[in-house]
Structure formats: structure tokens, C-alpha cells
Ligand binder design. Sequence first.
Ligand SMILES: Cc1cc2nc3c(=O)[nH]c(=O)nc-3n(C[C@H](O)[C@H](O)[C@H](O)COP(=O)(O)OP(=O)(O)OC[C@H]3O[C@@H](n4cnc5c(N)ncnc54)[C@H](O)[C@@H]3O)c2cc1C
Length: 336
Amino acid sequence: MNHQANRCLLSAGVVLKGHAVDSIRFTHQTRLTERPLRSGSAIVIRQDELFSSLRQRCRELGVVVHEETRATSPIIERGFLRGAACDDARELLAEYSVIADGANSTFGRALGTYRRRDLPYLVAVNGAWSAPSAHDPNISVDLGLVRADGRPLAGYGWVIPDGHGAVTAGVVVPSTVRDVESINLQQVLVQMVSSVGHRWGLVADSPLELGRERRLPVGGSVGPVLGPTFVVAGDAASTADPLSGIGVTGAIMSGVLAGDVLANAVDEGASAPLQRYSADLKAALGRRQQLGRFVLPVLGHPAGRYLLPFAARSRSAADLLLRSTFDISLPNPLSQ
Ligand SMILES: Cc1cc2nc3c(=O)[nH]c(=O)nc-3n(C[C@H](O)[C@H](O)[C@H](O)COP(=O)(O)OP(=O)(O)OC[C@H]3O[C@@H](n4cnc5c(N)ncnc54)[C@H](O)[C@@H]3O)c2cc1C
């Protein structure tokens, strides 16, 4: 999680005690460049810890969370969304709703959202390995992904220590790679762990768990993000960063923006403030979304896969990648 997400959560009263990261190592084959990060610019937090902190804060604010309830279909009255029918036969009624049902977003699609086929998405897979070095304060980013036949592949891999005895490793590849759907990403991941895992003490073929390959809509490719009585947030609105695939920041930022416009609508007793949501989202994420639309096709081009590895060769290329791809601010060079 980067500093922006953490700041957003702090402003909402959610205090996280994650594993602090103070440097990133870029690797490509035998090359390695390590860059320091500004204090507090990245922390690692396990998903269960993030969820329990969010739920705790919700309870403090008097929010009722129906954890085991699934919304099955929208309740529409005279063309307006008025709530959801649920799998436990209940109907939850609401004047306004936030749709945040993730990348597949069945509920969002039932309300008319769709993904633009001309814009890129990412495909990612991750897994967890037990590691003696899980307390290290650094993240590894591998820029030398290879296919099963040894040919280089655009995208990158990561190894992130959780501070509790395990590391998460994953790989992400842009859909602009021509044959992306036919690549076995789990194999690419295991291959990556075999080649960089020794630095972490990982045994590639004995993961604690190995996830399945998932599509991640990114960069504002899904819309519309609002209707007369609802707004769409998180992956359901493709708020994940198109270059890094970091999605928690966009999910939290869009959630906060959604909360703001809905609170205003309730205060004013009119739905007009919802119309601001689209512009607010664009102001927060638009610059990165435009950058992604330009850069992902370049990376997916057969020549583009040779660009990223430069970051493992020079400090300035690594810093450029940190700022552009990971949107991470760096320490003042004078203080290094
Ligand atoms: C392999 C992989 C690794 C990733 N790693 C990172 C990472 O390290 N850091 C990072 O920042 N991002 C990462 N991302 C992206 C990140 O996971 C997502 O962008 C982020 O989780 C989006 O949050 P969300 O709340 O919008 O959606 P989700 O996290 O998918 O949450 C949606 C929730 O809605 C619930 N739901 C769905 N349908 C219904 C329904 N009908 N009724 C009730 N509930 C419903 C689901 O159960 C789920 O709990 C990764 C993505 C992938 C694919």
C-alpha cells in the first residue's frame, strides 16, 4: 500500500500497523539496483488485517456490516436503483448505493456498467511462500519475466515480505501482449520465484498457496461510474493503477470520494451531488489513467519488453520507474 492509500485511510480514522518498507530492489537476471524510499511511502499490510481494521472503524461509526450476505439482484423502482435482493431472502433498501463488488462486478454489470474492449487490462497471479527473510524491510521487483520457452515477457514480478514469516510473490502482464490469454501465468510465477527466490530463501515448488490467474480492469476502462442513485467504486469501476496494478489505493480513494458525494446528497436531500463523482474520480486518477493508455501498448509491443529491464541497470532509470510506474515519491536526493 502506498502513502496515498494510507493517508486516505488515516483521514477516515483507520490506523494501520503494517510492515514498513524502506527500499525497492529492481532485478533483471544477475543485475540488481536498490533504491531507498521516503519514510512511510510504502507499507505491507495483510488483506485480513486491512479488512478487520476497516470493519472495526465501520462499527465505531455505527455501520452494520452483513458479512455473509450476497446481493443477488438490484431492486429497481421507476428506473431508479432502490436496493438489493439478497441470497438470504432479505431485501436491503437504500436511497443511495455504492457498488463495489470487485473486478467481475456482476451487480455493476446488471446496472449497465461495461468494460471498453479497446482499452488494456492487466492479468495477474500471486502466491505465498514461507520465507526466513519475511521481516526484511524491502520489496523486490523482477523485470526479467520469461515464458515457459525462455522468451522474455513484458510485465513484472514482485516479492513482498509480510513481516510475519511469509512473502507474497506475483506477476502481472498487460493485455497488450498479443497472446496474453494463452500464457500460463502460474508457470511464469513459479519460474520467477525459482530465479529470484534464493535471495529470499524461497523454495519455488512448495508455495503455501498459489492463486488463480485473474483479470484486473484498470485505468478507467469500466463505466459509467454513476447512475441517478448510485456510484461505482474500486475494481468495479476499474480504479486500479494501469501501470503498476496496485489497486488498493484506487479502491480506497474512490470509496472516500463515493462516501463524500453520497453524504452530501443525504445532507442536501437531493441526488445532484452524485453528478460530481465522475469529475472527482477523474481529478484523482485521470492523469495515471491517461499515462496507462499510452504506455501499456508500448510495453506490450515485442520491442517494449526490453524497456523495463533498464531500471535494474541504473539508478536514474530505477527512480524514473518508481515515479512513473509505481507512483512512489522518493527521498530528497540531497538527504541521501
Ligand atoms: C493477483 C493479484 C494481486 C494483487 N496484488 C495487489 C497488491 O499487492 N496491492 C494492491 O494495492 N493491489 C493488488 N491487486 C489489486 C487489488 O487486489 C484490487 O484492485 C483491490 O482489491 C480492489 O478492491 P475492491 O474493493 O474494489 O474489490 P475486491 O477486493 O475484489 O472486493 C470486492 C468485494 O465485494 C464482494 N462481492 C462481490 N460481489 C458481491 C455481491 N454480489 N454481494 C456482496 N458482496 C459482493 C467480494 O466478496 C469482495 O469482498 C492485486 C490483484 C490481483 C489480481
